[in-house]
Design a protein around this ligand. Structure first.
Ligand SMILES: NC(=O)c1ccc[n+]([C@@H]2O[C@H](COP(=O)([O-])OP(=O)(O)OC[C@H]3O[C@@H](n4cnc5c(N)ncnc54)[C@H](O)[C@@H]3O)[C@@H](O)[C@H]2O)c1
Length: 426
């Protein structure tokens, strides 16, 4: 198969993950051009992916002025930039791999959908979980009719202590005011999307949601806590605090590309002394987690009624100990139960002979791909996107943009419901 060429817009963490999957792991793509106002990112793209210097741009306008240069776009900019940096490329006829959340508001969401339809372009939103072997198998089981008609989908997202800190308490998604995304939009747009995708024979009808910032608050800081772990927080307090910056960031930093972004240096090059100095002075990851000033909720539940009388519920809690996702699908003839991080799905049916049930376990860990990030979803998404750009059919994971917007609309309605304290019509 001929490799497709992609232009990367926003050459940060996520976009380079997709570029790496497409170019190296799948060997189906080459990066023909890239855009980023940060010239160090452009240098990185030249060195890592062989992007020609004349095709490296510091603004979208420069890239647009050259006309159509590649087969598709990979857009990995931050949330607020997704739509403005995608719309003009749709007018040039590009298919787009677009990071989630699509955008922060309904107006832009529908604008993007309409532009994609008008220009006959495909937009693959990076709801990567849909493309993982685990969730793909669940979709296949539902489509096979084995559990009958879906009655209820229950999902639970446990956001582990490290991820909570690095992204949602001290990190760049800690403030809806600053980043434009609520917790549900930034973290659970995946889950809202999945609920709609698994049940896409119908549409949401009404949503009710409740949640708040109730646990990770200044009032709940350990007694005697300071304002910066390495500066004014006593050792005796830090020893008992889950969020102590030293073990979390200096000793075992699980996602090292996040906490050092504010230093302006590549995380592979920054020294230990520079890391420590930043935590002591300006780095938000050095602040007391309880007092870091974030404004997103730290737990939320969402209940959805669908037009056909089926239901779904989703719960997210920040600061969990196990990081991962659970799902339970109740059908009229059977049920599906699984933990994505364990890669095992149980399918159960009622057993008349024992008045109990029989079940079988499907181990998707057998699928080599499930070892990759997002349970294998990153690679699965890039493969499906490339196949589609190259003229192939949509896989069961992919849907057209008018279907993909439903999960995101559900996020907006759920957040509206939580803020007003009343059910909201879809
Ligand atoms: N699919 C997932 O599961 C998943 C996981 C994490 C993050 N995300 C989403 O991915 C997106 C990117 O997150 P990230 O952590 O990779 O961000 P990042 O900060 O690492 O990358 C963003 C890049 O965009 C560049 N940029 C800024 N302004 C620009 C402009 N006008 N034009 C072009 N480029 C510009 C920045 O210089 C930076 O290199 C976010 O929307 C985030 O919510 C998705």
């Amino acid at each position: 198969m001929k490799k497709i060429s992609a232009m990367v817009i926003g050459c940060g963490d996520r976009a380079t993950v997709y570029a790496n999957e497409g170019c190296r792991n799948l060997d189906m793509m080459r990066i023909g051009a890239c855009v980023d106002p940060d010239v160090s990112k452009l240098e990185f793209m030249k060195a890592q992916f062989g992007v020609p210097a004349e095709n490296c741009f510091t603004s979208v306008e420069q890239a647009l002025s050259r006309g159509r240069m590649c087969d598709c776009i990979i857009n990995g900019t931050m949330d607020k930039l997704h739509v403005p940096t995608t719309l003009p490329f749709l007018e040039q006829g590009y298919d787009v791999l677009l990071e989630k959340p699509v955008c922060n508001n309904e107006k832009e969401l529908l604008e993007l959908r309409d532009a994609a339809q008008r220009n006959n372009c495909r937009i693959f939103v990076c709801h990567v979980l849909r493309y993982s072997p685990f969730y793909r198998k669940i979709k296949e089981l539902i489509l096979s009719g084995e559990i009958g008609t879906v009655r209820h989908i229950a999902t639970y997202e446990h956001v582990g202590v490290f991820l909570t800190s690095v992204s949602f308490v001290r990190g760049k998604w800690r403030s809806e005011r600053e980043c434009g995304s609520s917790l549900l939009l930034a973290k659970c747009s995946h889950d809202m999307d999945m609920i709609c995708w698994l049940n896409n024979g119908t549409l949401p009808d009404t949503v009710f949601s409740a949640g708040g910032r109730d646990f990770i608050t200044p009032e709940n800081a350990p007694e005697g806590a300071g304002t910066r772990c390495l500066v004014d927080c006593p050792q005796s307090v830090r020893e008992k605090c889950f969020f102590d910056a030293k073990p979390m960031y200096l000793d075992n930093c699980l996602l090292p590309w996040y906490p050092w972004q504010c230093t302006g240096k590549d995380y592979r090059e920054i020294t230990d002394a520079e890391k420590e100095e930043s935590l002591k002075t300006y780095n938000p990851h050095g602040e007391c987690a309880y007092k870091a000033g974030g404004d997103i909720v730290d737990h939320q539940t969402v209940n959805v009624r669908f037009k056909n009388g089926s239901y779904a519920s989703h719960t997210v809690t920040l600061g969990s100990f196990r990081d991962g996702r659970d799902i339970f699908v109740a059908g009229t003839l059977g049920e599906i139960d699984g933990r994505a991080d364990e890669g095992r799905i149980t399918v159960r049916h009622y057993d008349r002979s024992t008045s109990w049930y029989n079940g079988r376990v499907i181990d998707v860990n057998d699928d080599a791909e499930s070892a990759g990030a997002h349970y294998g979803g990153d690679r699965g998404l890039v493969r499906d996107f490339v196949n589609t750009v190259a003229g192939g059919e949509l896989s069961i994971s992919a849907t057209t943009i008018d279907d993909s917007v439903n999960g995101q609309l559900l996020v907006f309605r759920a957040d509206e419901s939580m803020k007003k304290g009343v059910p909201v019509k879809f």
